[in-house]
Write a protein of this length. Structure first.
Length: 140
């Protein structure tokens, strides 16, 4: 588990380099270990319309889903000002829209890792970040 987390954080830091964030200058990277055993990554991609921006978490999840993955084991997130030293990340928690989006593919076991580096990170159960979620079960 710990090894997996460190690898996921490294991958999130790596994909963060591809963040397209000319408007906020805030770069985020996310990586998802899916139930299929693969890791999917995504960065935030901004848009001149501002509203068309997609966060790193949704970027990673759309990547995973497009490849056929449907369930998140672990998601790791790193974020901070674009020019910030790689060792000085923020605690970049997923925004509300991303929490709802990820809920679709989360389970009781899903872990969210918010990381500053591969040795400084916080872990949460997905449920802690979005309790009493509205999800697919509501529509059964
Ligand atoms: N952002 C993310 O990528 N994930 C979040 O959960 C919060 C915000 C991005 C969106 C935007 O490109 C920039 O950070 C500033 O809001």
């Amino acid at each position: 588990m710990e090894d997996n987390i460190k690898i996921l954080i490294e991958k999130a830091l790596d994909v963060r380099k591809n963040s397209y964030c000319p408007y906020s200058n805030y770069a985020v990277g996310a990586s998802i270990l899916a139930e299929d055993g693969n890791v999917y990554v995504g960065a935030n991609i901004e848009n001149a319309s501002i509203g068309g921006t997609i966060c790193a978490e949704r970027s990673a999840m759309t990547n995973a889903c497009s490849s056929g993955a449907r369930s998140i084991k672990i998601i790791a997130i790193v974020g901070g000002k674009v020019d910030q030293n790689i060792n000085e990340m923020d605690w970049a928690f997923p925004c509300g829209i991303c929490r709802q989006f990820l809920n679709e593919f989360a389970s009781e076991e899903t872990i969210v890792v918010v990381a500053k580096s591969s040795y400084e990170y916080r872990m949460f159960k997905f449920n802690e970040l979005l309790p009493n979620a509205f999800g697919p079960n509501n529509l059964e």
